[in-house]
Ligand binder design. Structure first.
Ligand SMILES: C[S@@+](CC[C@H](N)C(=O)[O-])C[C@H]1O[C@@H](n2cnc3c(N)ncnc32)[C@H](O)[C@@H]1O
Length: 195
């Protein structure tokens, strides 16, 4: 079974009896002031678009990428119901090498890139290549400490303590926090592409 088939089935099951994407990441909405200066944004592995739709509602030209066409269809329907513009791209972000900005449909790269709850280390190493110079990256991933109280996500999807900023090469840190946020232990990085 491919990643697309596996995730389509998961999104299908999750949305069998509801049709609205979930809420945006409160980490991302918490940086609304910085994001207000970004004309374009890319949400990587953004699922059914909870965060991408919020970005679009801020007037940011937003692209949502996911491997699941099912998730993208949910996001597109919600966008049209809300009168929002949202570009969706179906792509495998675990491809080797990671997709370039051109392959994800941008000739110019993005002013902001979001990656929330999706860990593929080579992709984080390639984030700077998706950003314009000084562009903003917001990355949020649970850490191994999360296993203390939560069986999921499994270890393969968790960063080690202190690992996240090191993975994001070519970015300078604006803010890095690693602690319990409610019931999840997360690493949260805000960084800018170095010139
Ligand atoms: C845990 S969900 C996170 C969704 C969203 N970013 C959030 O924080 O709520 C992981 C997402 O990654 C997507 N995904 C899984 N493997 C992928 C791949 N190889 N390429 C692109 N997206 C993938 C899934 O379809 C799913 O939407």
């Amino acid at each position: 079974m491919t990643a697309a088939q596996r995730w389509d089935a998961r999104w299908e099951a999750q949305y069998a009896d509801r049709h609205e994407p979930g809420p945006p990441s409160e980490f991302v909405t918490g940086w609304a002031e910085l994001l207000a200066g970004c004309p374009t944004a890319l949400d990587l592995a953004g699922g059914a678009g909870g965060t991408a739709l919020w970005l679009a509602a801020q007037g940011i030209e937003t692209t949502l990428v996911d491997v699941s066409q099912r998730a993208l269809d949910i996001a597109r329907n919600a966008a049209s119901e809300r009168g929002l513009q949202l570009r969706t791209v179906q792509a495998d972000l675990e491809a080797e090498p990671p997709p370039t900005a051109a392959e994800l449909g941008s000739a110019t790269r993005w002013h902001a890139v979001v990656c929330s709850n999706f860990l593929h280390r080579p992709l984080l190493g390639a984030l700077s290549g998706l950003l314009v110079p000084d562009g903003l990256a917001l990355v949020q991933i649970a850490t191994v400490d999360n296993l203390l109280y939560n069986a999921r996500p499994g270890r393969a999807y968790l960063v080690e303590r202190g690992e996240l900023p090191e993975l994001c090469v070519g970015l300078r840190t604006v803010s890095f926090e690693e602690r319990w946020f409610g019931h999840r232990h997360e690493a949260r990085l805000v960084a800018r592409r170095t010139a």
